[in-house]
Write a protein that binds this ligand. Structure first.
Ligand code: ARG
Length: 565
């Protein structure tokens, strides 16, 4: 597509010898109001060089500049505002969208570069609860965005399937559990046992030692412990898979913490060699005080390893196995210190790729009725939330009496989409409260609203008496409303790049809300299915480009775009 910003920079560069064209392009802004044009160049930086007032500089440049490509170029308080030729812009946008279709907004800037995105990573034998939605959905969107930009992506689910808690679970199961109950309701039962363990351990602290010994046995490969652990893992994965299916999420690898259990000695040997390990009360630690961090416990007294040791082993394995250019961890901000510690450790181990590892933190989600804690057993299962969203959506649709024969499928797409969309609406680092009222509102800035707008565009296309073609008279779609919509579509490819650079799916979310709103304004302000078929053809083209852009945006967020709602 024509790079309009580049064109502006080129024209300016001919008149401004004090700056390179690339620098000029960097300084160009998008004005806050459309009355101020499409692009704006601030002259303030030039005042020193030219020893003139910015307003005077702007005047001189405007007088000298080649204005052929533009509708208008004018000086407003030291800003040079460029008004593009609307027809040229709308035509370029429409041709680009119709050519690229579901690839519009994508590119191959990532070609040949490997990016690992690790996300979701729930803990085995623990409920897959509402708190897990964040990493799962944000991670999935980040993966899709990178994939769309041509990166070679690998999706990893680093399951929490190892550690002392399995010692606890096994001890509790042996003391108070029975097989039948676990088979019937695995997670619920295992969670109950886990909770009971903690209650009992408060009065009988020796249970903790028993649990540690049991985990050690598991690490050493004792058959009976291993068999139980494997069974718990299998049952948990069944539950997780149900949720992933509902969300349409898949992974390339489920190599979780246990996968690294036999790769640990090599790692601790390497640390030893570099002189990083220190004895402390029988355990081994890496002292990080020089870097303002608490020490990292690498190996316990009994020789068993820890969460952090497994993360280090996993990173080394991933580098050797995948040779990544970037290794992304979508994990809660509560684990900031953990990641800072082990990123520092791999750097100290001499791995020059340490800076290719990135932690992408996010804030907490809470429910209207307070946060949840696994230990107290008060949890809200993600599966229940998704099912409830689907049911409620169905109710709303029945109330509205939309008479959709696919109501089962559509209420799934919209209900689940609503939860996903809310999740991706705010900056990820912000804490937020999950609210049913907000999630399912069809009129707010919500998933249902955007999906509904998409379905509305599809419906217009169905009703039209002409087909979609780019061979149209573009002057029909240069009204203020139409042009605003076209400009938002024009920006979509850059929005995707910005979202990738910031690891921030909400950049996409917000933009497709803008596109949806601009489309609805166009839909309300203008008569689209006109008798004049030339006019109808032109307007329909704009409808189709908006539809495609919204569909592509929803795809990147991991949502469906139903054609009828
Ligand atoms: N299983 C962990 C949890 O639920 C998250 C794992 C994050 N990933 C990692 N490589 N440490 O808290």
């Amino acid at each position: 597509m024509i790079d309009f910003k580049e064109q502006v920079a080129q024209v300016l560069a001919k008149e401004i010898d004090a700056l390179e064209q690339a620098e000029i392009k960097n300084l160009i802004e998008i004005p806050p109001k459309s009355e101020m044009g499409d692009y704006s160049f601030p002259c303030f930086r030039l005042a020193k060089t030219y020893k003139k007032a910015p307003v005077k500089i702007a005047d001189d440049i405007v007088a000298a500049i080649d204005k052929e490509l533009f509708e208008k170029v004018e000086n407003l308080n030291g800003y040079i505002n460029f008004f593009l030729d609307k027809k040229a812009v709308v035509k370029a946008v429409a041709e680009e969208v119709e050519e690229k279709k579901d690839r519009f907004g994508g590119s191959d800037i990532g070609k040949g570069k490997k990016v690992i995105v690790e996300y979701s990573s729930p803990n085995i034998a623990k409920p897959f609860h509402i708190g897990h939605i964040r990493s799962t959905v944000i991670g999935n969107a980040i993966y899709k965005i990178y994939d769309f930009l041509g990166y070679d992506t690998v999706r990893i689910n680093h399951l929490g399937d190892y550690g002392t808690q399995f010692g606890k679970m096994i001890v509790a199961y042996r003391k108070w559990g029975n097989e039948e109950e676990v088979r019937k309701a695995p997670i619920q039962t295992l969670l109950g046992l886990y909770v009971k363990f903690h209650e009992e351990a408060e009065e009988h602290p020796e249970l903790e030692d028993e649990a540690r010994d049991t985990f050690k046995k598991l690490e050493d490969g004792c058959e009976e412990e291993y068999r139980l652990w494997e069974w718990f893992r299998e049952e948990s994965l069944k539950e997780f898979s149900r949720v992933y299916d509902m969300l349409g999420i898949t992974f390339d690898s489920y190599a979780g913490e246990s996968f690294y259990s036999d790769k640990m000695d090599r790692i601790t040997d390497m640390m030893e060699e570099k002189g990083l390990l220190q004895k402390s009360e029988g355990a081994e630690i890496v002292d990080l005080s020089e870097y303002g961090m608490s020490p990292a416990l690498i190996r316990k007294k009994d020789g068993s390893t820890l969460y952090i040791t497994r993360d280090i082993a996993a990173a080394v394995y991933r580098k050797e196995h995948y040779n990544f250019d970037k290794n992304i961890y979508v994990v809660a901000a509560q684990q900031n210190l953990h990641f800072q510690q082990w990123f520092k450790i791999i750097e100290l181990m001499g791995f020059n790729w340490a800076d290719q590892c990135v932690h992408i933190p996010f804030g907490l989600v809470s429910l209207d009725d307070g946060t949840m804690s696994t230990r107290k057993g008060k949890v809200v299962f993600l599966e229940d939330v998704l099912n409830r969203a689907v049911e409620k959506t169905r109710e709303v649709m029945e109330e509205k009496n939309v008479g959709n024969e696919n109501i089962d499928e559509v209420s799934k797409q919209v209900g689940i989409g609503a939860v996903v969309f809310q999740e991706l609406s705010n900056n990820r680092i912000k804490d937020y409260t999950f609210s049913w009222d907000k999630v399912l509102n069809f009129d707010g800035e919500t998933g249902p609203y955007v999906q509904y707008t998409h379905a509305r565009a599809c419906s217009v296309l169905r009703k039209a008496t002409v087909g979609v073609t780019t061979d149209v008279d573009y002057s029909y779609i240069t009204t203020e409303t139409a042009y605003e919509l076209a400009k938002l579509i024009l920006r979509f490819p850059q929005v995707v790049i910005d979202a990738a650079n910031k690891y921030e799916p909400s950049v996409v979310t917000r933009h497709i809300i803008d596109v949806a709103q601009a489309f609805n304004k166009f839909y309300h302000d203008e008569h689209i299915i006109t008798e004049d078929l030339e006019e109808q053809k032109a307007k329909l083209l704009l409808v189709d480009t908006a539809r495609q852009t919204i569909a592509n945006g929803l795809y990147l967020l991991g949502m469906e775009a139903p054609e009828r709602m």
